[in-house]
Design a protein around this ligand. Sequence first.
Ligand SMILES: Cc1ncc(COP(=O)(O)O)c(C=O)c1O
Length: 483
Amino acid sequence: MADSANFELSADEMRALGYRVIDMLVEHHCTLGQKSATTVKRRDELEALLREAPPSVGCSPQEVLTTVERDVLSSIMYCTHPRHFAWVPGPSNFVSVLADALASGVNVCPGTWLESSGPSQIELIATEWLVELCGLPPGAGGIFVSGGSIANLTGLVAARQMKLGASMQGAVIYSSDQAHSSNWKNIRILGFQPDQLRLIPVDEDLRLDVGALSKAVDEDRRAGKRPFCVIATAGTTNTGAVDPLDAIADLCDAQDLWLHVDGAYGAAAILTERGRAVLKGMERAHSLVLDPHKWLFQPFDIGCCLVRDVRWLEQSFSEHPEYLQDTRDKMDMSREVNFCDRGVQLTRAFRALKLWMSIKVYGLDKFRSAIDQGISNAEHAQRLLQEQSNFEIVTPARLGVVTFRFRPPDCPAHDLNQLTRLVFDGIVADGYALLTTTIIKGQTVLRLCTINPRTSDDDIRGTIEMIGRVGAQCYSTGTSTYE
Ligand SMILES: Cc1ncc(COP(=O)(O)O)c(C=O)c1O
């Protein structure tokens, strides 16, 4: 490597390194389905492989890439794997992967218009595409952030600013007990006390109980508190349930409450006919979160917060220090946008590029059918599970999520949670597919999230056969092979 005080590589060195990285990526994408869905190494194994003092003198990048490929990227859950059904998979697409390389390679920072007018224009267009797809009114707008958690934080900051102003005293915020924990974490980060969050119970279908919500708001008002915001979920992480958005929006209108809809998991389903039917009312949100790195098939990290009047974000986040004066003085701020005024970050990545490029290259119809496929995959899994006497469905397929248990007819109910944990360990040890467990109404269950359009019918069938096999072994031996 050239010996100088800067980091330059020769053009040939850059090309060689770049082509090697591309070759690694293409190889990875083309052989993914043949690999184990997950590999977890122990800390001591990884310490032995990777621990060293930071080298004073470097080595060839090819050598470093070999280590990365062999010892680092081999010890992960492959989130794009066709049989990765855990939590929410990240089934990214290759065009967006390269868009990320471009954004990073040029080192674009769309914090201000002055720095990045072209990229800021792309972010405006891409966020406004989402505004339109979600049915928010003209004047709505948003920002791309790192993911659903920070998108939820962005929406709640706007809710606090617009509804409470300077004082959080006595304020109350409501969500169901099935809301994503990032919302609860955000409420804590924002400085609310634990008793300022009220968890509302859910109905039989695990959707927020609007009657209970209405009662809680009335009670709090009578007690002199300040109800100000309801968090509704458009596709819960546990079961894909969608809260009754229209009824919640009616209550929020009547009670002058901010409606924050966390659609990090499910909102993208609005592109499909089946999704539109269950997400009705989502367009009435004051703030709405989508997570393109989930069901819009983008590589990590990109989340999105939209608000129905984009000035709310600017009123919540703008700061105008003297060292940024040129970013406003030299611009026509009635037309141009400094995205740093819409969120927490000043220096930020050009996340919009990947979503914009992939929608341009593939077209929205491809996204629609890919999302629809994810919904169908869970229904297919449910049908296969129902054909077998050793499985019981706990919650039916909803927006790409189905939960169930391995339950041999003679297995006593009180042993089921323990058996499910064993079956999970056995699944991890098997490696053919990866899914996770959760707890529904006190029961430990297995959960499949099937949003990856690479998943074939055979992948689903093979996965259920594998779980049946592993389940039978765990049940007969009382152990799993996973240590
Ligand atoms: C409903 C919901 N909200 C928020 C999040 C958090 O998103 P992220 O992990 O992108 O921060 C998730 C993640 O699964 C989610 O399912």
